[in-house]
Each structure stands twice: as structure tokens, then as C-alpha cells.
Design a binder for this molecule. Structure first.
Ligand SMILES: [Mn+2]
Length: 318
């Protein structure tokens, strides 16, 4: 990794107009890592542009500098693109960004990363992109300010599910401890990210819980929210069901948990498992054109979730 860190540093040093991006709709990990890197690049005198397709969810707009993030880019005169948590170049947000023909520094921890960058800082053993970026800061001896610490700790907390997932290692806790000593507050971050549910969201969770089903034969626990189910809940935030599939996955006898929900003309699927269950859910996600990690993966397919006359779900492709 040190060699890749050195190559990444060289690429940054040689660039002056840098675009930072990630997959569409910001999450805490890739978004936190992106903002942390932005602070340092600006300090180095670089021109930095922050672009994330579909922008910042309300649960993350507490992150310092998140107001600098735009949905798309307005010009194309960049000399370096840095991607965070994009396993392949076709996941790097906007069409304009993907069509850029400039050097790419690819920073990720997905095991299915295709290594599409000129330089690839990819380590699937890391809990989060934020922990990897933390290592990069330490390697560079770049100072970690309170704002940078807040961004990186948010990434670690969200990708480890508050240090509960199996990707939490002693290095993760050491990094988190160090970030706290630089002024980041775990309780404030957890409060912003997780303790912000509306009554409407809780009621939607209630419906999704009610819809949950255990398939004894295949040992799968799953739930689905059809368009009809969702119609009862007006103005649910995009992230309303964040954490729901993890809750389904707390049933120990299920090999994995799957949650499906309608989002416009697309069916979104999330999959979770646990180390001791010995299942690689990313393989299932791949079948549907998605991706992710062994224990946490997802996919989107065009189509509608429907219920048949027996009340069982089926997916109708469009
Ligand atoms: Mn991540």
C-alpha cells in the first residue's frame, strides 16, 4: 500500500485543478472521505471541485464543507479526478464526470473494484474508505484538523454500523480514537446520522417489519415495500430505510437478509449477512447487476414489485 500511497501523492502533487467525486447519492463513508481529502487539497493550494450526483442527504449536511458539493460539474478543465468508493468508472456519478479523459486516482475498499485508475489505492480489508484515507493522511504526515477528523470518523461510523459490523478491526478503533483526540465527537455524529427519524419513517419501518417473511427452506429473511405500500407514507426521505436490512439481519437462523423497495421505476435491493453465516451476498447482488462486499451488497433493477393473488411478491420487469 505504501507504494500506492507514494504514487497517489505524486499524482496529487502534479495536479492543480482537482475534481472529487463518488457514486450517486452521498453516503457517510465515501462522502466523509471526499470532504476530508478536499480540506487537505485546498490547504495545498489546489483548486478543488466537489461533485456528487443527487447530492447530500439531510442526515449528512452537518458535515463541514458539505455545502460545497454540487450535483454536477460546470466545466471540464480538470487535471485530476479522485474517486471515492467507486468500484468501476461507470459508477462515478454524472455523465459529464464519467466522460472526462484525465488521470484518475481511485480510492476504494470494495473487493470488486476494477482498478480503473492510473493509480489505485484500493484495500478491501479496510473497514471503510475513510479509514484508508486516514492511513493516507498519516502516511503523508498531513495534519488532521477537527473538521477533517469529523468527516473521517463519520465515514468509519457509518460503514461499521457504529463499530458493530464484522469489518471493525483494532486498526479501525485506533483510527477512531485518534480522530476523537483531534476533536471529532462520536455522540454528535451518531445523533446526526442515526437519531433523526421522523414519525413517518418509523411507521414506514413498521409496515416493512410487518411485511417481513422468513423463508424456512432457503433460510432467507426478507421484506419488500411495493409502490402501494409506500403510497401510504407521503414525503419519506430517500434514506428512510437506511439500517432496516441490518435489523432484518439480526435474526440468527437466517443465512442472509434481503430488503426490496420500489423507487420510481426501479427496484432497489439491499443484502446483509454475517461472517459466521458463510454467505457471500455480493455474488447475489452481481446476478442483478449490483455489487458490494461479502456481507453487505446491493443492486437496482428496472421493474415493479407486485403482489400476486396469494399476497406473494413478484417482480415485473419493465
Ligand atoms: Mn465504504
Amino acid at each position: 500500500m505504501e507504494q500506492n500511497f507514494a504514487k497517489a501523492k505524486d499524482l496529487i502533487d502534479a495536479s492543480s485543478d482537482i475534481l472529487l467525486t463518488m457514486h450517486e447519492r452521498m453516503d457517510g463513508d465515501d462522502g466523509g472521505a471526499l470532504l476530508a481529502m478536499g480540506y487537505q487539497l485546498e490547504k495545498m493550494g489546489k483548486t478543488v471541485t466537489y461533485s456528487i450526483k443527487k447530492g447530500v442527504p439531510p442526515s449528512l449536511n452537518f458535515l463541514p464543507n458539505s455545502n460545497k458539493i454540487a450535483d454536477d460539474i460546470e466545466h471540464k478543465n480538470f487535471d485530476l479526478l479522485i474517486t471515492f468508493g467507486c468500484s468501476s468508472k461507470d459508477r462515478c456519478g454524472s455523465e459529464k464526470t464519467m466522460s472526462l479523459e484525465i488521470p484518475v486516482l481511485n480510492i476504494d475498499h470494495h473487493p470488486d473494484n476494477t482498478g480503473f485508475g492510473q493509480v489505485n489505492v484500493v484495500d478491501h480489508k479496510k473497514s471503510s474508505v475513510a479509514e484508508l484515507v486516514y492511513d493516507f493522511f498519516v502516511w503523508n504526515k498531513w495534519p488532521i484538523t477537527k473538521d477533517i477528523a469529523t468527516c473521517l470518523l463519520t465515514g468509519i461510523i457509518t460503514d461499521t454500523g457504529c463499530f458493530m459490523h464484522s469489518n471493525t478491526q483494532s486498526s479501525t478503533l485506533k483510527a477512531a480514537g485518534e480522530l476523537m483526540s483531534r476533536g471529532a465527537h462520536i455522540n454528535k455524529i451518531v445523533g446526526q446520522v442515526y437519531k433523526n427519524k421522523s414519525l413517518q419513517t418509523l411507521k414506514a419501518w413498521g409496515k416493512a417489519m410487518e411485511n417481513s417473511y422468513y423463508d424456512e427452506k432457503h433460510k432467507i429473511i426478507y421484506s419488500a415495500m411495493t409502490e402501494q405500500d409506500l403510497a401510504n407514507f407521503q414525503s419519506l426521505p430517500q434514506a428512510a430505510f437506511e439500517g432496516f436490512v441490518e435489523t432484518l439481519n439480526t435474526v440468527p437462523e437466517a443465512k442472509f437478509a434481503m430488503f426490496l423497495r420500489q423507487d420510481g421505476n426501479v427496484i432497489k435491493g439491499s443484502l446483509r449477512s454475517d461472517t459466521f453465516k458463510n454467505i457471500d451476498v455480493s455474488k447475489i447482488a452481481h446476478i442483478f447487476g449490483g455489487g458490494g462486499h461479502k456481507l453487505a451488497a446491493g443492486f437496482s433493477v428496472a421493474g415493479k414489485l407486485m403482489k400476486d393473488e396469494n399476497g406473494k411478491w413478484k417482480a415485473v420487469s419493465s
